[in-house]
Design a binder for this molecule. Sequence first.
Ligand code: SF4
Ligand code: SF4
Length: 372
Amino acid sequence: MSVFTGREKLKLGFGLMRLPKKEDGSIDREQVKEMVDLFMEAGGTYFDTAFAYPGSEEAIKECLVDRYPRESYTLASKLIIPPGSDIDEESAKAETKTSLERSGAGYFDYYLVHAIQRGNYKKYEEYGIWDYVKGLKEQGLIKHMGFSFHGDPELLEELLEKHPEAEFVQLQINYADWENPGVASRRNWEICKEHGKPVTVMEPVKGGILADPIDTVKAVFDKEGTGASYASWALRFVASKDNLLAVLSGMSSVEQMKDNLSFMKDFKPLDEHEEEVIRKAQEAFDSDKSIPCTGCHYCTEGCPMGIPIPDIFTVQNRKKGSPEFRTKREYVIVTQGKGVASDCIQCGQCEAACPQHLPIIELLEGCRELEN
Ligand code: SF4
Ligand code: SF4
């Protein structure tokens, strides 16, 4: 049923959302080149960028597109209408031209309607984005169309019924969200299977949370004594599923690339015992009270008070996890020149934009204690 050519030799895809940064905040392109070379040498092909990832499309032009034959890799990008944004139809459609110019790729192998959820799916319909993307395919500017999804199973069913032209779906799947009702990793993956749509996985390490999980989760893996990284457990859990096109890991360093390649190059699915270990880690994760923010920043752009929401959540989580953490100092640093938790006017913009469906207003109320 899949329309794909099977070009993706490695299940690991290189997610370009969290590229390494230099001290001045710019993307460390020399390090990205090294990562690209390691990935390509190992047989990797799938690169995943987006209009919405700052500096990512430009960086991949220099680090990949200008350095490798076009047919040696596949490149995905995405068109976004952020939930709650007042972007007009013309500007939304103009994103494709900008993405093609920034990346210099000539065409995208995969092009996605990005981050669909209840807060924006009607806008995509209203602006005729599905037909527009179909038109891009007819013009040869993209090879395959799909969508990335952060909504509930009912909405996913509805979209797949309505848009059979979508050839694949990008879903958030990781062991911590497998049964999380807010994300519904398992059910959404099953629905894609039922509809014969291959899945590209995003957030297999939950924005880095599962690469450095809470102590109780670490203890479950440490007990095994294998020395395998926490990230490797998370990625192997996802990559052991079937009906996958690629598992994207948003890598931020050469070390992360090397670690991922060490177990993804000659991939072995989890065995029965390892599946049991993951079940225990899921239980430990479920009993944790940390804020499960992935740091994607979709919430911050439209905040009228300029509140650095994910940074505040990080401080709050670290405070809970470590009594010695210098909370007050960190809080002052992350909020310098910006809004603080108590500045929130409860407009709700951030909650409509959050792909993790976090009750941000309530969580920020809990973070006010950091100001004392
Ligand atoms: S609800 Fe608060 S934090 Fe969220 S966008 Fe509005 S002001 Fe910012
Ligand atoms: S609060 Fe939600 S939207 Fe904001 S960074 Fe965290 S996960 Fe992303």
